[in-house]
Ligand binder design. Sequence first.
Ligand code: BTN
Length: 338
Amino acid sequence: MIELKVSGEAEVLRLLKGATRGYVSGTDISGELRISRTSVWKRIKKLKKMGYAIESIRARGYRLAETDGDGNKKSFSGVEVLSGLTTETIGRDLHFYNELPSTNIKAMELAAGGAPEGTAVIADTQTGGKGRLGREWFSPPGVNLYTSVVFRPDLTPPEAPILTLVFAVAVAEATEEFTGDGVELKWPNDLLLGKRKVAGILTEMNSDMDRVISVVCGIGVNLNMPTQLKPDELSSKSISIKEYCGLDIERARFAQKLYSSLERWYKIFTQSGFPPVAARWRDYFGVEGKKVSVNTINSSVEGICLGIDDDGRLLIREPGGVVRTISSGDMDHHAWAR
Ligand code: BTN
């Protein structure tokens, strides 16, 4: 497992990418970042070692040669994500790994060790990616995004599950930025494109009896995964953004957009509560008014879906007219196929 913590190089990369005339001088970099010329040179050397093609020309400075999209692994790195990050906190403390058992496990460990809110973990591949309800999350290398972010909300443990819906709106918004349309949410937090699952969220928490200590939001998004990579049981139920819209999705750019959306919706929630988030969540919800079935821990509920209430619970009107309020469960996927 290789961890990269690399904000110095990311700052230089950001300046190289922003250079309007192609070149940026060593003096300008050193002035802008308030570091010595030697430090500039060391960071350039490190970036080159990571695979960035940087030319240096006397009297003009440094220039970043065109890099490819994201077919190439070098362009998905902690440096690449940090160099275009526009958030205040989320992803600023970024732990990037080539391989991990699970980014959620790593983020929970970091949170237990006192990591601040916004700390994020990314892995190119996971060997034990975790899904909801004890399922596995298929996590091949080179194609998708697997990330987990630490939050420290001021909530009681029973209030925490609502966060999953906040995170779901953020993932939906980031995805829509790339697809332009087609994004739907399945309660509580599956993201669908063209009725097939494109992303999942696993929220885990560490708390004492009356306060949440930390929450880890784990997000897996199928970005460029081709159909033939998927195990048979997933191929008809899942989809990647590339399969949906035919475009290669640059993983670093997706992560940057995702972190911005997470920061925005988390702020809306902490400042204004759940109602504005619920309104946006409902926009993405495709089965209001339709017949659905939901498996809860000890029963199965069938009826007409009335949407969610302002606490994020699912409302189902049973055939007899009784409205059931469900706090946790798994919705039948077939509702979307009808
Ligand atoms: C689901 O079952 O829909 C939730 C899937 C969550 C998968 C992500 S991938 C990044 C993070 N690390 C994990 O082990 N799981 C989550």
